[in-house]
Design a protein around this ligand. Structure first.
Ligand code: ZN
Length: 76
């Protein structure tokens, strides 16, 4: 029997796809099964938007990370 995968990270969870959700831990109705690590991170799921030109014009990944963090810090 195939195991259900985490809807966030794709990790395999310990639960068979056929197992009723009443017998699972970390299942979010309307979303799906989460693995333990994603579930434990809680429900705070903030997203930010990065302009595509920032990514395109920053070929250096480390520099891009710095710009992403700056955008994140300005957004909160
Ligand atoms: Zn996960």
């Amino acid at each position: 029997m195939a195991k259900d995968k985490c809807v966030l990270c794709g990790e395999e969870t310990p639960y068979d796809e056929s197992l009723h959700i009443d017998y699972r831990h970390g299942y979010i109705e309307g979303a799906g099964q989460l693995c333990k690590s994603c579930y434990d991170r809680g429900t705070k799921r903030t997203h930010i938007t990065i302009p595509a030109d920032v990514i395109y014009n920053t070929p250096n990944d480390q520099e891009l990370g710095q710009k992403v963090r700056t955008i994140y810090n300005q957004s909160t």
